[in-house]
Structure formats: C-alpha cells, structure tokens
Design a binder for this molecule. Structure first.
Ligand SMILES: NC(=O)C1=CN([C@@H]2O[C@H](COP(=O)(O)OP(=O)(O)OC[C@H]3O[C@@H](n4cnc5c(N)ncnc54)[C@H](OP(=O)(O)O)[C@@H]3O)[C@@H](O)[C@H]2O)C=CC1
Ligand SMILES: N[C@@H](CC=O)C(=O)O
Length: 346
C-alpha cells in the first residue's frame, strides 16, 4: 500500500512537504513503513500536472527553478496538464488531498469547497489552511466521518508543533478551561527583530523571506491569522464554536517601534497574546498585543517560536513551546497527519 497524494496549492508549505517526502523517502519507509507518491499538483499560477503513476519530483523542482512554473516538466506518456483544483481532487487517482492554498480570512474559500469535494469523493484531506477549520469545522468533520475518511489539520495552529494533537490525545479526559498563547510566528518574529534594532518594514521582509508570513501579510499584522487560530482552539480543544465577531482583535500596527524598545528598557516585552477563558459554558476570547513582564514565561519565546499554555482542571497548566511557522516546520505538520492516516489504516 502506498499513499497517492494530490497537492492543491504548491507554494511554501506544499513544496516543503514534497521535499521532505523526497529527502526522507528511505527513512520513512524503513521506520514507519510509510510510502507516498505525489500523483498530482494543481496550483493557481504555476500550473498543474497529473500522472497516475506519480510525478518525478526532481523534474518538478527543476521546472520551478528554471521557469517559476511547472511548464518545463517533461512530457511523458499518460501525463495530463492544466487540471484545475476541483478536477484534480475529483478525477485523479489520489487517495489523500493535501490542501495548501492561501487562507482566505473572509470566506475560507476555495479551501472549504476543496475539502468538501474531497470528502464527498471518499478522499482523506490533510491541510494547513486555517479557513476550513475556523469557519466550517462541524460541517466538514461530519462529512469526513460520514464518508469514512480522515481530516488532518495539525498545522493550522503552531505549524508542526503538536498544539492540537497534545490536548486531543495526551490531555484527553481532562478539561481545558483556559488557553493563553503566542499564536503567530510572523508578528513574534517582527517584535523580536524590532527589539534588536530592525525597522518594522525590514523585520516583515525578513519574515516573508523565511516563509513565515501569509500571502497577504496584513492577515498576520492585523491579528486575523491569530484570530482564526483562537477560533480553532475554541472549537477543537474546548468544544465551543466561536464567530469572528466573538473574538476581540487588535493587531501590531497599534504598537510603534519606539514603544517596543521602550518596553524593553522597562523590563517588558510586547507579545501578541491569544487568550480564551471559559466562564459558564461561554468563551471570552481575544487577540491583542500586550506588554508582559520579562518574568512571564511567554516573554522568553522569541523569533518565529510560538507557545501555548493549556490550563486544565486536573493537571493544571501545561505549556508547549515550538515553531509557529516556517517551511519544513509546517511541511512536517502535514507529514504527521499523513503518518496518522497510515497508522490508523493498519
Ligand atoms: N507558511 C507557514 O509557515 C504556514 C502556513 N500555513 C498555511 O498553509 C497554507 C499554505 O501556506 P504557504 O505555502 O505559506 O502559502 P503560499 O502563498 O506560499 O502558497 C499558497 C499556494 O496556493 C496556490 N493557490 C492559491 N489558490 C489556489 C487555488 N484555488 N488552486 C490551486 N492553487 C492555489 C498559490 O498559487 P500562486 O501563488 O501560484 O498563485 C500558492 O502557490 C496557507 O493557508 C497558510 O495560512 C499554516 C501554518 C504555517
Ligand atoms: N503566517 C502564519 C503562518 C502559520 O500559521 C504565522 O506567521 O504564524
């Protein structure tokens, strides 16, 4: 048995997963018995390829390096080009759809439709796209269950750091009453670099260069990305759905470079905190920059690292610190979900 994957979107994260599968092929096979081949890629601007026997990833990356597109991939018998995302999901032989298109903070589309169509076609989905989980969790979970397929979205919160798998597995049986965390890698990186003397613009450019920022970085800067993660944590970890309007939101545009450096002189650090607290079945939730004292454990979380503290009834507080964004870090989140599908099937 072997996974056949269809990549919907082939940007930073999609390419990172492809590289991991290529570079770790032998190790994954030996240690996990895991085998996968990418049979299809469909990307908005780079183009689309499908070959039922699998694509040659060396040629895929060569074509991207030469042309920025998939156009220079060599023609071989049986190769199809140009299929759009929905045709790729429905008409290829893939059994797992890897949904890694942009997160749309208004509608969650077209990613919600991508997941819907995949489940209806009896295909598993792994995704790092926050839109479907934040806006259509119930509907899509039910649809996946009805069709007997798996929906993996570990990478939607804190990249490959197991921020969702930890409460769902290791904390099962306890109740999470409160969540507090740094949930956006780009803004934490920017705040750290500005403290170190960079300008806000320079720091944002660096974050983009490292692959941390959203395609439209205003989503990071204005707090929408963290807001979506707060919605996901509320529903998936605390079992309470929230609307966007339920979450108070402020971005880092309200914090000047001088305020960041002044806080440092006063022994404080600005952090964008996502906070959720359960009170009588209701959730009070917010995303906002706060100047916290250096003695706060979250103050030491620097750069693109993120952290989350789950305060549980029985266990008390548990804090997880790890990558919040990044190429291989987020590609790994998809791999972890793929391995879970693989293990569950066995
Ligand atoms: N980067 C990170 O560290 C993390 C990212 N994420 C999430 O993962 C997802 C992917 O992120 P990332 O790879 O960085 O983003 P990129 O912007 O690098 O890649 C997204 C890709 O999706 C393609 N695309 C957009 N719409 C469609 C469509 N309708 N059909 C096919 N392809 C489409 C884009 O095409 P083109 O550009 O060619 O137009 C682009 O290549 C996002 O939802 C993001 O929020 C989650 C955790 C961390
Ligand atoms: N842009 C996001 C990417 C991961 O979700 C971030 O910076 O955290």
């Amino acid at each position: 048995m072997e996974h056949r994957l269809a990549m919907i979107g082939f940007g930073t994260v999609g390419q990172a997963l492809a590289r991991i599968l290529m570079e770790r092929k032998a190790e994954l096979r030996e240690k996990e018995g895991y085998m996968a081949r990418i049979t299809a890629i469909s990307d908005a601007m780079k183009g689309a390829l499908y070959h039922p026997e699998g694509l040659d990833l060396v040629q895929v990356f060569r074509s991207l390096e030469q042309t920025g597109t998939l156009d220079a991939y060599p023609d071989t018998p049986g190769l199809k080009r140009g299929w759009d995302s929905l045709k790729t999901i429905e008409d290829t032989n893939a059994d797992v759809v890897v949904e890694v298109t942009f997160t749309d903070v208004e509608t969650g589309q077209p990613a919600i439709d991508h997941c819907r169509r995949a489940f209806e076609a009896g295909k598993h989905v792994v995704t790092t796209n926050k839109g479907p989980v934040a806006l259509a969790y119930r509907e899509l979970s039910e649809l996946a269950e009805k069709n007997g397929v798996f929906w993996g979205f570990e990478g939607t919160v804190m990249s490959g750091t197991p921020a969702l798998r930890l409460p769902q597995t290791a904390l099962a049986g306890d109740r999470v009453r409160e969540i507090r965390g740094i949930l956006n890698g780009t803004t934490n990186y920017i705040l750290t670099r500005v403290e170190e003397g960079r300008s806000l613009d320079e720091a944002l450019r660096e974050a983009q260069h490292h692959g941390y920022a959203e395609a439209d970085p205003t989503s990071d800067l204005e707090g929408f990305d963290a807001l979506y993660k707060v919605m996901i944590l509320s529903e998936v970890v605390m079992g309470v759905p929230l609307n966007r309007q339920d979450v108070e939101r402020k971005g880092i545009q309200t914090v000047t470079a001088e305020a960041i450096r002044q806080a440092k002189r006063e022994g404080k650090r600005w952090k964008v905190l996502g906070q959720l607290r359960e009170e009588e079945g209701r959730i009070a939730a917010s995303v906002q920059p706060v100047a916290i004292p250096e003695t706060d454990p979250l103050a030491g979380v620097r750069g693109a690292l993120n952290a989350v503290t789950y305060t549980c009834d029985l266990l008390g507080p548990v804090t997880l610190v790890g990558a919040g964004a990044g190429r291989s870090e987020t590609g790994f989140a998809l791999l972890a979900d793929l391995i879970q599908i693989w293990r569950d099937a066995r």
